[in-house]
Design a protein around this ligand. Structure first.
Ligand code: PRX
Length: 633
């Protein structure tokens, strides 16, 4: 192996890992991939099926509106399901599903194909057409996969809204996408409690003129969770699926490689969430390639991406790329520590999970309960682990490596974003690892850490993380707002993709991600915008002004602290603090709940009126106030 890091603590892969891996010589492969990225990606794309071949791999004539596999036609569902029907994989397990109460289902590729075909017919019957938007608001049940794939099969565009979002957040996303149909469940299980998904939809779809129909999957049944069905608007999934609407041939729509696949809302610098748009061809090729090389999945693997389908990690690595690759996956409905802190390890043991992917916050949360909970289970099936969503601190990395991975399993610390579609900075199983470092750019990509002027900084110096090459699975635009797309990602360093993160590169060329440099806070791996939380707070009648900051937190990575100015004459009581915290939960979702509200008479601002968050952070953490020359008075 060519890479021999000279600095810091290094973990080398075992002979066994190397023997099995697809990528034996990372350096040679990386070098070739960046000498000719188009050739690299075209070769990967040839492994998949197209209705029409591309005329051009990359059209970069109108940056940053890049196009990939120009002229090609496909449908990601054709590659995720249809093509497997021609091989032995039709009888392979696509998903082992485990409900939180312990009920289970096993779904083969053939069964998933049949179900998707029927539901695609149902959606057509409900009037959904190519290019229409469908909002999906569900928990972790197999039908969310069916709903996503059926939507895409008929050429419509899904917008999955994470089931933890509140009424307001859901309504805003339905309105913005102008969805025709909403697909939901009566409810789901989380930590032994019912998540009332349909009730939330009922409240969200008032004043959403685009919504014509609501389809409801019965997960719980009327004894557990009765729901209100509006005649003519609301339909039970199981009734539709048993009706003549579902019958008949269900052709997969022929899509242009650049046709929209889905939109997914994520947080940015302003209050309004950004609608990230991904397309059929490039996203399919990119996610497939990344999963194949980084987790090195093969036919004997049992893959478990423990994210939620409502986030990009779930879209790319529960739904799309595992199916395109034809692997067997786990989907678990509930919480990792319910009913006991070994629930995940129990599942790993029962199903012989070989590759496991989660977020540092979950690892830190489970570390708290002690090793005994892990040691109770035989985890010897595991051969590779992964981490995503925020920097993994070396202590959590080492615990994951030693206790969960039995010192055998390399950890793929994958840095990426909703926008990038898949891992952009990541190891592969055969490279030496340093705890806390995400290694180097993925194939075809060149990343740099630069200063304010865009010049690369010396080793071990913090700077802005940028990506230099376009890649097939990159977002194409912000749906409905191409100007904001250009401004957010391509104007800070013209011609290069600005990630919004800061990072360092060490003397060995290893990347160390530090964190967001914009107004985004990662809390337990969730991506939240300070502006969203601030607008939620000022929507409360007692609040005049609010400023939100992220403060380091042992388990969550960051916690939200809010500085709030109340209406004159009001007192900041502990009761009001509680009320405001709950108010934010109602406006956005529990994930956005501030941990602490600080009541202040006024917010520190610069003379030009900008809130000095740096100062708020210094106050909260008890740090020196620093340079106050720009403070207003
Ligand atoms: O700050 C980085 C952090 O998560 C951000 C992207 O968030 P989101 O779009 O929600 O996607 C999360 C799942 C891909 C990034 O800008 N981030 C993600 N992965 C890592 C990370 N920070 C450090 N290390 C990672 N492995």
């Amino acid at each position: 192996m060519a890479i021999r890091p000279q600095h810091g603590e290094v973990y080398y892969p075992s002979e066994e890992v190397i023997a099995r891996a697809r990528v034996k010589d990372w350096e040679a492969m990386y070098k070739a991939s960046i000498e000719d990225p188009q050739a690299f990606w075209a070769k990967e794309a040839e492994e998949l099926e197209w209705f029409r071949h591309w005329d051009q791999v990359l059209d970069d004539s109108n940056p940053p509106f890049y196009k990939w596999f120009v002229g090609a036609q496909t449908n990601i569902v054709h590659n995720a399901l249809d093509r497997h029907m021609k091989t032995w994989r039709r009888n392979k397990v696509a998903f082992y599903w485990i409900g939180e109460p312990g009920d289970t289902r096993t779904i083969s590729y053939r069964e998933l194909y049949n179900e998707v075909n029927r539901f695609a017919n149902v959606l057509r019957g409900l009037g959904v057409k190519k290019g229409d938007r469908v909002t999906i608001y569900m928990g972790r049940v197999p039908e969310i996969v069916v709903a996503m794939l059926a939507t895409v099969k008929i050429g419509a565009i899904h917008s999955v809204v994470y089931g933890g979002f509140s009424v307001e957040a859901l309504r805003e996303r339905i309105l913005d996408s102008e969805s025709k149909v909403v697909i939901t469940q009566d409810g789901g299980w989380m930590r032994g409690k019912v998540v009332p998904l349909k009730d939330t939809v009922d409240q969200a779809v008032v004043q959403t003129p685009s919504v014509e129909k609501v389809v409801v999957v019965q997960r719980l049944g009327p004894e557990v969770k009765p729901v209100n069905m509006v005649p003519g608007r609301d339909f039970w999934y199981h009734e539709l699926m048993a009706s003549p609407l579902a019958e008949g041939p269900s052709p997969t729509e022929v899509m242009d490689a650049e046709d929209p696949l889905f939109i997914l809302y994520t947080s940015g610098t302003t209050g309004k969430p950004k609608a990230i748009l991904h397309v059929h061809g490039g996203y399919m090729v990119g996610t497939y390639t990344a999963l194949k090389y980084v987790f090195d999945l093969q036919d004997d693997d049992v893959w478990w991406c423990a994210a939620d389908p409502g986030w990009i990690t779930g879209h790319s690595f529960i739904v799309y790329s595992p199916l395109v690759l034809g692997v067997t996956s786990i989907m678990y409905e509930g919480a990792p520590n319910y009913p006991t802190p070994d629930r995940w390890w129990q599942i790993v043991e029962t199903y012989g999970v070989t590759a496991f992917y989660t977020a540092p916050t979950a690892i830190r949360g489970l570390m708290r309960y002690g090793e005994e909970w892990v040691r109770k289970h035989d985890l010897s099936s595991l051969r590779i682990l992964g981490s995503v969503g925020e920097p993994i601190n070396p202590a959590a990395w080492k615990w994951y490596y030693r206790v969960v991975g039995g010192e055998r399993c390399p950890i793929m610390d994958t840095w990426w974003q909703t926008e990038t579609g898949h891992f952009m900075i990541t190891p592969v199983p055969t490279v030496p690892l340093k705890p806390g470092s995400a290694f180097r750019p993925f194939f075809g990509q060149v990343a740099e850490v630069v200063d304010d002027e865009g010049n690369p900084v010396p080793p071990n110096t913090e700077g802005y993380l940028i990506l230099k090459n376009p890649w097939p699975a990159m977002l194409r635009t912000l749906y409905g707002d191409p100007e904001r797309y250009v401004e957010t990602y391509w104007s800070r360093f013209p011609g290069r993709y600005f990630t919004g993160d800061s990072a360092k590169i060490d003397e060995d060329g290893y990347f160390w991600i530090i964190g967001r440099v914009d107004d985004v806070i990662k809390v337990s791996g969730y991506r939240l915008g300070t502006a969203e939380i601030e607008s939620a707070l000022v929507a409360h009648p007692d609040v005049v002004e609010a400023a939100v900051i992220g403060v380091p937190h042992e388990i969550k990575g960051n916690a939200i602290h809010a500085y709030v100015v109340l209406r004159a004459g009001l007192a900041g009581t502990p009761e009001l603090e509680k009320e405001l915290i709950e108010f934010v939960a109602q406006q956005i979702g529990k994930i956005a709940r501030p941990e602490k509200i600080h009541f202040v008479d006024k917010l520190p601002k610069t003379r030009s009126g900008k809130i000095m968050r740096r100062l708020l952070r210094a106050w909260t953490l008890g740090l020196p106030e620093g340079d106050l020359s720009t403070l207003e008075d």
